[in-house]
Design a binder for this molecule. Sequence first.
Ligand code: ZN
Length: 185
Amino acid sequence: MSPGPSSKGDDPIKALAAGVASPDDVLAHAHAMESEAADRYHELADQMEIHNNPQTAEVFDKMARIEQIHADKLAAMCAERGVTRRPPWEYRWLDPEAPEVTPVEEAHYLMTAPQALKLALHNEKRALAFYETLLAGSPPDDVRALAEEFAAEEREHVSLVEKWMADYPDIDPHIPEDPDDAVAH
Ligand code: ZN
């Protein structure tokens, strides 16, 4: 298996954006990101059920449905245009709270609601950053139009998650350091 975009030094978002030259490329990336998001939201919803936190489970269920609808729509557009799928490792959600940033499925699975919301926020912001990076690169008009549309959707997801975070007044908006390092504070 080939490794992901090599991490050290280069910005993975910039590296991804650099590979986008056409509207089909944007669609392929958007589809991969939305599918990944839908899967992860389903997982987070399950985890909140395990934690007997139905309120937050419902929130993630709702996000999963939103992302799934987009993913299905994009899958149909990609199929219609004969766009090939992108390797899924490029879009893995990452857990910024893990000592080294690791894909979510390798991270601890017993999360509290605030931790899960922070994870979601981080990854929604990452998706938004991808489209903003594209737009910052003065793309052709057809690429720009799609990137603007998808950036607007991600911006909406970011503000939805932020709104839900407000229900946890004690939430620390910053990504905490590894607990083992916290003594240095
Ligand atoms: Zn999103």
